[in-house]
Design a protein around this ligand. Structure first.
Ligand code: PLP
Length: 427
């Protein structure tokens, strides 16, 4: 057969003449030194190349390490096997999540605080939800964050164009409100000095400081948001780590929160789902924009427009995690990491450091006053072959601290403890 000759009216220019006309989103130019954790990974690899025999232990990124509990993993195996059968196969599901899962999430965590299953949107994780809700709010919005804070709130605000340029002297972005959280104020901002903004990101228990807010503090925060007409985006990714029974586990325990708050949460640190990907966001029907329209309608629109529902396999796992057996297993897993946190916390306390967190959160926040945290990070990596996270990577007020994560195999945590004692014991 003869090749078909197609005549083309457009002559493609050679590579050297191609000039793309699409302008780069200038906000990307404002971002600093890449995202924190890839930078840590780069330094870790460089250290490993320099010391090929070093057995590096990571207390850094905060990724989970232990296997998914059995009944939860089995539910996902069954769901996956079912996909190979006519009866078990399912295609697209509801973008908001399976009704049974929304109901189970509600009855485990929210019914007692007045929330309803239709207010819970199941997703592929909390980080993704933060990106989507930023898209929902648009770029004409002002933002406040805790300082230090989970970097995603800041970087997504920068990408959206909600901030000004990075200022080298203050180590912060223009037009972004930093709510300083340090030992001096018990890691809770002095709200009398905080500017009113449209959005307030608040992570509790906090990543990275490990601080957990009291009921009174959260009441103050909700009153502050209500007074200013702000929307509080409450990140409860570590709520299950709260050990003290009188500390609130959801912002909706605070009366009036339903009119000014949304809450995002995740199975990542609850059930070892960092790789499985399953989370949720709660948007109360009572939460309204300035024009009186319900936020839930627009969030629903975002989820149905740019998200197509969480994996049916992951959702089967989530559902199993909320059944009695799975719930017990999930809490055992959390208790295991909590013990790791207690071991690390005690080690740093015994070594004489100023230590925060680790009691109601899987993170320990260790002070090295007067020392730049990237230097401390480098020193710990060099001396102990241990990766931590430099506090300054979480914001200017994180300077002088490093974060140690309690996510790790027990033998690695114990080995890390020995190395810390050996290298820092004589301080
Ligand atoms: N929020 C906080 C405070 C986190 O620390 C993390 C993960 O480290 C997330 C959200 C992201 O969770 P997910 O894995 O569900 O995207």
């Amino acid at each position: 057969s003869r090749p078909l000759r197609v005549s083309c009216a457009i002559a493609a220019p050679p590579a050297e003449d191609v000039q793309i006309r699409v302008k780069r989103n200038e906000n990307f130019g404002k971002l600093q030194a890449g995202y924190l954790f890839p930078e840590i990974g780069r330094r870790r690899r460089a250290h490993q190349e320099k010391h090929p025999d070093a057995k590096i232990i990571s207390l850094g990124i905060g990724d989970t390490t232990e296997p998914i509990p059995k009944s939860i993993a089995e539910a996902m195996q069954q769901a996956a096997a079912g996909m190979a059968t006519l009866e078990g196969y399912s295609g697209y599901g509801a973008e908001q999540g399976k009704p049974q899962l929304r109901e189970a999430l509600c009855s485990r965590f929210y019914t007692h605080v007045g929330r309803k299953p239709n207010e819970i949107f199941v997703s592929d994780g909390s980080k993704c939800d933060i990106g989507r809700l930023q898209m929902m709010f648009g770029s004409d919005t002002t933002v406040a964050v805790q300082d230090p804070s989970y970097p995603v709130y800041v970087d997504s605000s920068v990408i959206m164009g909600m901030t000004g340029e990075y200022d080298e002297s203050s180590k912060g972005f223009g037009n972004l409100t930093y709510m300083v959280c340090r030992p001096e104020n018990n890691f809770f901002p002095d709200l009398s000095k905080v500017k009113a903004t449209d959005l307030i990101f608040f992570c509790n228990p906090n990543n990275p400081t490990g601080a957990a807010a009291t009921r009174q503090q959260l009441e103050e925060l909700v009153a502050f948001a209500r007074k200013n007409g702000s929307i509080l985006i409450y990140d409860a990714a570590y709520a299950i780590y709260i050990a003290e029974s009188d500390l609130p586990k959801t912002i909706f325990e605070i009366p009036g929160a339903e009119e000014c708050c949304m809450e995002t949460c995740s199975f990542s640190k609850y059930a070892g789902f960092t790789g499985v990907r399953l989370g949720w966001t709660v948007v109360p029907e009572q939460l309204k924009f300035a024009d009186g329209s319900p936020v839930i309608n627009d969030f629903n629109r975002i989820m149905t427009t740019i998200f197509n529902g969480a994996s049916v396999i992951a959702q089967a796992g989530g559902l199993a995690a909320l059944e009695d057996e799975g719930f017990r297993e999930m809490n055992d897993l959390v208790a295991f990491y909590r013990e790791n946190a207690a071991i690390l916390r005690k080690t740093f306390v015994d070594l004489g450091f100023s230590v925060y967190g680790g009691e109601n959160a899987p993170y320990i926040w260790v002070g090295f006053p007067g020392k730049p945290s990237w230097d401390v990070f480098a020193e710990i990596l060099e001396k102990c072959n241990i990766v931590t996270t430099p506090g300054s990577g979480f914001g200017p007020a994180g300077e002088g601290f490093v974060r140690a994560s309690a996510f790790g195999h027990r033998e690695d945590i114990l080995e890390a403890v020995e190395r810390f004692k050996k290298e820092f014991g004589g301080r």
